[in-house]
Design a protein around this ligand. Sequence first.
Ligand code: FES
Length: 149
Amino acid sequence: MDSFFKKIPDRVQKHNLLNILQYYQDEFGYIDQKFIEELSPRIGIPAGKIYGITSFYNQFRFIPKGEIHIKVCNGAACHVNSETDLISEISQLLKSKDKGTSPDGRFSLEVIQCMGACASGPVMSINDNFFTNINIESVKKILSEYTGK
Ligand code: FES
């Protein structure tokens, strides 16, 4: 924990809980319980309260990302343009819920409220690749390129 705090750059306000949490997540990909317990006495905030604050903000995750990270937009424009409940169908395909990781740890899913491409929705991304006008059939095809199935 000491080494983690020492390497936090000056631009990150070390007294600001959200900044610390975001920096930790950027470094390690998720917020783990051990980190919250070690952070608590350092900043004088009970671990339960830190956990509550962390849970409140949608940007934090408690499970590591998979090697293949999928973001699916659930914003109003994408939702309206979708013929089906894409989020549920993709969840079933990946065997993962929002902010969850597939049982084999390979895929992780994150539901986003807007990805900034509303006119091209529904949209999703896989790692750094962006896909527009998706439907369940195109999603299956795209995923098959990652699964090899
Ligand atoms: S609502 Fe989906 S990209 Fe904006």
